[in-house]
Design a protein. Structure first.
Length: 263
């Protein structure tokens, strides 16, 4: 299916690795202009080099998505790449640490609120006026934790719910203006982030990492963890004109792990 993304301009946050980078590749393969950001220059340069193999225009910006000025600079760079136009925004960030409630202080909550919630607020605030002109789309990468809490991830379980509420509210507000806003809820994917969580769980249970990974795979109805490109394809579709009648949705991409009937 041609997603009609050729020459569209897409901004993907936190895209030097993992799910963000996979999403950027999906857009670049479709011929879109892709702006990406990341905190560290070496990883960002490596990502940009890989994306340019698709022969699509790419811009890389060093930015910490928990910082307001950095987000504005990133959106500005995306607009420059698009010659004043922006068609889609993918909101993404690193994940919070795996901790239990009693291990968290106020600073942990405040810092991760900036990372998980305000990063989306600020990016959409900067991008929505331009997305409205293009009748574009926003896709927020959240987590399956918004539908089924994950042990030891109370920060993600709690704070990502705010992003879902924000997205649903803005989807209703901006639908008459032609902007669509959706969320994707990844489960376990083969990324460094999931390996980090598996290592924590293995250590606490006194098992090997291999045993913990095998157990996680057994809990997934499809019997395996996902490949990053499998989420990326869903993101690209939701951001594209092919998903023109989908807005306000929170879509699980998790191999069936969420047991909720409407998951």
């Amino acid at each position: 299916m041609d997603l009609d993304l050729k020459d569209k301009t897409v901004a993907v946050m936190a895209a030097s690795q993992g799910l963000g980078l996979a999403a950027a590749h999906a857009f670049a393969r479709e011929g879109a202009r892709v702006a990406v950001c990341a905190r560290r220059r070496p990883e960002l340069d490596r990502a940009v080099k890989g994306l340019r193999k698709h022969k699509a225009p790419v811009a890389g910006v060093v930015a910490d998505v928990s910082r307001s000025d950095d987000i504005k600079a990133f959106v500005d760079a995306a607009l420059e790449l698009g010659e004043g136009s922006l068609d889609a925004l993918v909101c993404n960030s690193g994940g919070p640490p795996a901790k239990r409630f009693h291990e968290l202080a106020d600073d942990d909550w405040s810092r991760n609120f900036e990372l998980l919630v305000l990063s989306n607020v600020r990016a959409m605030r900067a991008a929505l006026p331009h997305l409205e002109k293009a009748r574009g789309a926003v896709v927020n990468i959240v987590s399956s934790s918004v539908k089924q809490p994950i042990p030891q991830l109370i920060l993600s379980n709690s704070l990502r719910m705010a992003v879902v509420g924000l997205a649903k509210s803005l989807a209703l507000e901006y639908a008459p203006r032609g902007v669509r806003i959706n969320n994707v809820c990844p489960g376990s994917f083969e990324t460094d982030r999931i390996l980090e969580l598996v290592e924590v769980q293995a250590r606490e249970a006194g098992r090997s990492v291999g045993e913990a990974k095998a157990e996680r795979a057994r809990e997934i109805p499809l019997g395996r963890m996902g490949r990053p490109e499998e989420l990326a394809d869903v993101i690209a579709f939701l951001a594209s004109p092919r998903a023109s009648y989908v807005t306000g949705a929170t879509i699980s991409v998790d191999g069936g792990v969420v047991r909720w009937t409407y998951g």
